[in-house]
Ligand binder design. Structure first.
Ligand SMILES: [Zn+2]
Ligand SMILES: [Zn+2]
Length: 228
């Protein structure tokens, strides 16, 4: 299993649920799950959490944004653990309606997929609706949990957020993509200019690695080069 630790011993574990990397952040007594993956793989999520949490409860579910591949298991987890669900306020309505359409493509092929998906297969973006407990705006520090900072990183969607752990590791959702060998640009983004600004925002932190929701770890040096 992929695992990272910060200097103050916060442990981050990767749980891959379908196409999505979910991360369990273990901050002393506080357990936080970042993103929830797809419903078709919910049994894997349940068994992974059962094993990793032991006797502990899941305190928070933080959704980097409201796309189905990130939010589809949120209701199930709410019923199972009653965690506080946190999302940016711009995404809260989508979560409460259980639907968010695909963003625009960042290249011709992705644009075609996005447009035809939204027109002919709108069921793709639908999932079990759930109400958020915490709706954040700009930057937000998690209560009673030192070292977990939420930063607004719009671009992929208007309410995308990143989670900065001990100013060392960032969990960035779809703000960066780790799938393609030569690019960190997500294939879909509502606003490319905002996305580039968000990359700069991530570089303003001291984070050395960025963990995306799809694909492999992105190192600080790689992001720096891409911004140039
Ligand atoms: Zn997304
Ligand atoms: Zn995604």
């Amino acid at each position: 299993m992929f695992m990272w630790a910060t200097n103050t011993n916060t442990i981050i574990r990767l749980i891959r649920i379908g196409i999505t990397n979910c991360y369990l952040v273990d901050k002393k007594d506080v357990k936080i799950l970042i993103d929830t993956g797809q419903k078709s793989k919910s049994e894997k999520l349940k068994s992974s959490l059962y094993r990793l949490l032991g006797d502990c409860n899941l305190d928070y579910v933080i959704l980097t944004h409201a796309h189905y591949d990130h939010a589809e298991n949120a209701l199930m987890l709410k019923k199972l653990y009653s965690p506080k669900i946190l999302i940016h306020k711009n995404e809260a309505d989508f979560l409460e309606n259980g639907f968010m359409k695909l963003p625009k493509g960042t290249n011709v092929t992705a644009n075609f997929i996005s447009a035809s998906g939204n027109k002919f297969a709108s069921w793709i973006g639908k999932y079990d609706a759930v109400t958020a407990d915490i709706k954040v705006t700009e930057n937000y520090s998690l209560e009673n949990t030192e070292g977990i900072e939420i930063v607004h990183t719009p671009g992929h969607t208007s309410g995308s957020i990143s989670i900065i752990v001990d100013n060392e590791i960032a969990l960035v959702g779809d703000t960066l993509f780790g799938i393609f060998p030569k690019s960190v640009l997500p294939p879909f983004a509502d606003d490319k200019i905002e996305l580039y600004k968000s990359w700069n925002k991530l570089m303003e932190t001291s984070c050395k690695i960025f963990l995306p929701a799809h694909g492999k770890t992105i190192k600080r040096e790689v992001l720096k080069k891409k911004i140039k």
